[in-house]
Design a protein around this ligand. Structure first.
Ligand code: ADP
Length: 478
């Protein structure tokens, strides 16, 4: 049961409320009790003062001592017991309280000179001990040396009645408030967590095959709504990545299947008949050799792509000069270029010290150069240029080739996309990349993994220009 957030929330809420209510009730109880005790003392003081004034006045009118004392105390309420003693402690007059309770003289020396003495006494009434509050005062009368002692006592009934009332009130209100707020808390927690329950129900039903489903978003501005929105964004990214993977797998298997079926056909046809001439076997092996090379290239390309996809942690970074790497790549591509009658030129550049994965960046440059040479007719040229701008090194590879059709330009960086499948595959046999439509996507992924980008700046009848921009170490934070 404690595994439910709803129950835990309500228990926390109730515990805090219990603490608050108990604390509040305790303070209220103590304050009311103290005020009732103080009121009782005030009542007794007032009665003492009234009786004293009356007694002094009556004695001043030369009334007999006992009569004057009786007159002074007979107007007190029936709750109060009063008695007047002379200085030697002899009772002169008294008025018992209801229940025949008598005011008793406190120990003589405990009553101070002119002040009021207050104490609590216990009397046995009807077989039970009853507590009473006692107030006593010495009363000095002119022309008399010794003072009288006036004693008034009152039961604690008014105090206990008041305290009882407040206690009864708290006994009802505190559990009532707890019950109402507990039910309210349970209801509120249920309501506000209902969307979480709905979200978890839906999330449980979402699998890799149903990533297009989304969680219900109640109020998109509150915390749970924002959580659901973030989760939905995550689902959208996962969905995108899963369909990307699926597309990739489908395209990859398609690409791998073609050379395999060419090889199978070659072997089937050759083995169909026995006693073939050596030349026929050689032709079959040549076909198989070409297809194996092609398969190897595709697998290598896929491996490079997988490495670049891992991100920065897949890199093997080292310090090297980018300008030297560009020269080296141009020299390597120059073999194919000179065979085709295409000239490769590299613009002179200052030294560009770089930190990154040299092997992957060489692959990026080779893919760009390989494409440029492949798509440039004999007599054309390919130009490579390095420039430093805003902490970035831009590498421009431009050619005077046929250009890329406008409708194909938005897709050339997609994996396995080729403008002209037959031509690309045929030429790739002699070139640098697999010709499976992976060259540019690999090059772009490598640039991105280094914190940079690769774009087609322009392409038309006069050729194409690709620009890779790589942040230099201090900008990339390498
Ligand atoms: P591949 O590895 O098959 O060459 P890429 O991903 O490198 O595939 O290129 C995708 C397509 O873009 C290619 O089919 C090609 O037609 C086109 N392309 C790439 N570079 C150039 C270029 N410099 N000139 C003309 N077309 C190009």
């Amino acid at each position: 049961m404690l595994d439910s957030v709803r129950v835990r929330l309500m228990l926390w809420y109730m515990s805090i409320l219990v603490l608050v209510l108990v604390g509040f009730s305790g303070v209220l109880y103590v304050m009311v009790a103290r005020s009732l005790y103080a009121d009782l003392d005030d009542d007794l003081r007032l009665s003492l003062e009234t009786v004293t004034v009356k007694l002094v006045r009556e004695l001043g009118e030369n009334k007999p001592e006992r009569q004057a004392a009786l007159d002074a105390i007979n107007e007190l309420s029936t709750r109060e017991a009063a008695a007047v003693f002379n200085s030697s402690g002899t009772l002169i007059a008294e008025q018992p309280a209801q229940g025949n309770i008598h005011a008793r003289l406190p120990a003589g020396d405990s009553i101070p000179g002119g002040d009021i003495h207050l104490e609590t006494e216990s009397q046995r009434v009807g077989g039970a001990d009853v507590g009473r509050r006692v107030a006593a005062q010495r009363v000095y009368v002119a022309a008399q040396d010794a003072p009288y002692v006036l004693v008034i006592s009152e039961s604690f009934d008014s105090v206990t009645d008041g305290i009882g009332t407040i206690r009864d009130m708290l006994y009802i209100t505190v559990p009532g408030a707890l019950l109402i707020s507990g039910l309210g808390g349970w209801f509120l927690a249920r309501r506000s967590l209902a969307s979480v329950v709905a979200m978890s129900e839906r999330a449980r039903r979402i699998s890799a095959e149903s990533l297009e489903q989304r969680l219900p978003v109640g109020n998109p501005r509150d915390e749970l709504g924002r959580l659901a929105s973030s989760f939905n964004e995550l689902l959208a990214r996962l969905d995108e990545s899963f369909s990307h993977q699926r597309r990739f797998m489908a395209d990859a298997s398609h690409e791998l299947r073609t050379p395999l079926s060419v090889m199978r056909t070659a072997t089937d046809v050759t083995l169909e008949r026995e006693g073939r001439a050596e030349g026929e076997y050689r032709d079959a092996l040549k076909i198989i050799d070409e297809q194996v090379r092609r398969l190897t290239r595709i697998v290598e390309d896929m491996f490079t792509l997988a490495r670049a996809d891992v991100g920065r942690q897949g890199l093997r970074p080292c310090d090297f000069y980018l300008d030297e790497l560009a020269m080296e790549a141009a020299r390597a591509a120059g073999v194919l270029a000179s065979r085709k009658g295409v000239e490769i030129t590299v613009a002179p550049s200052s030294e560009v010290l770089f930190n990154g994965d040299e092997g992957l960046l060489r692959q990026m440059l080779l893919n760009l150069l390989d494409n440029a040479v492949k798509h440039t007719p004999a007599g054309g040229s390919v130009h490579v240029e390095l420039a430093l701008r805003n902490g970035h090194c831009t590498i421009t590879v431009s050619d005077t080739g046929l250009g890329i059709p406008a409708e194909a330009q938005p897709h050339i960086f997609e994996r396995f996309y080729r403008v002209d499948k037959a031509r690309s595959r045929d030429e790739a046999v002699h070139g640098g990349s697999s010709g499976a439509g992976l060259g540019l996507s690999i090059a772009r992924r490598i640039a991105e993994t280094h914190g940079g980008c690769l774009e087609l700046r322009c392409s038309g009848e006069v050729g194409s220009t690709f620009v890779a921009s790589l942040p230099l170490p201090e900008v990339a934070g390498i």
